[in-house]
Design a protein around this ligand. Sequence first.
Ligand code: ADP
Ligand code: MG
Length: 257
Amino acid sequence: MGKVIAVFNQKGGVGKTTTNVNLSACIAQEGKRVCVIDIDPQGNTTSGFGIDKKQLEYSIYDVLINDLPIEETIMHTDYENLDIVPSSAQLAGAEIELTTIQKRELRLKESINRIRDNYDYIFIDCPPSLGLLTINSLAAVDSVLIPIQCEYYALEGVSQLMNTIQLIKKSLNKDLEIQGVVLSMFDGRTNLSIQVVDEVKNYFKGKVYATIIPRNVRLAEAPSFGQPIIYYDNKSKGAEAYTDLAVEFLDLEEDVI
Ligand code: ADP
Ligand code: MG
């Protein structure tokens, strides 16, 4: 049965989508069967895989609101072992529409259970908020992967993030775990970045990946070509870092088993 992981941090612009697209592509390249669910109305993960959001027949919106079986929304990407359930702009309205639906917090979980056996890993790209879409994601997953940007306010909002995880554990998902913390947008030329790494490691003892994602312009360019970094520029620092992160991630998973 596949493991389900939410890439979560309620702060925007910390590298959630970049990590989701690139880590999942690298894990798929390592031979694991991966599905990415884009539950962010912005749909940046969807376009990051080269899928045109305007041409979609169905999206995760139809699963959450119109009872469409999730299998019917799965699209194969251009890359081996890598499927996606796309997002659409309609999803912005789902936060409100969901409030009138029964068991509204568990809609996603029930759908994911239908496809869990088909994959080794299912990654969910969360929106930068704590609304019902995020709650659905946190209720549905085994663990959360937390990207943190190496910048001055890195730890601001982290206590709120941890409170949210605790609340979900108490109410909807008692087994929810922290998969790991990914430090992103590291700039080795600044003392600040180095200081942030220490602070975050101190806060999340033992949970921070040794692989740190550098600030790399190729990572910022790749989405406009609709390609994960390993296909856009495999020799870039960004490609190297996400490949290393995937290997580290999988090594740690094997240690657990
Ligand atoms: P989030 O999903 O948390 O809002 P994104 O992954 O979309 O964050 O990243 C925010 C912006 O920063 C995007 O424009 C993205 O291309 C850019 N970005 C993310 N990670 C890096 C990186 N390591 N180096 C350079 N730019 C990055
Ligand atoms: Mg995003």
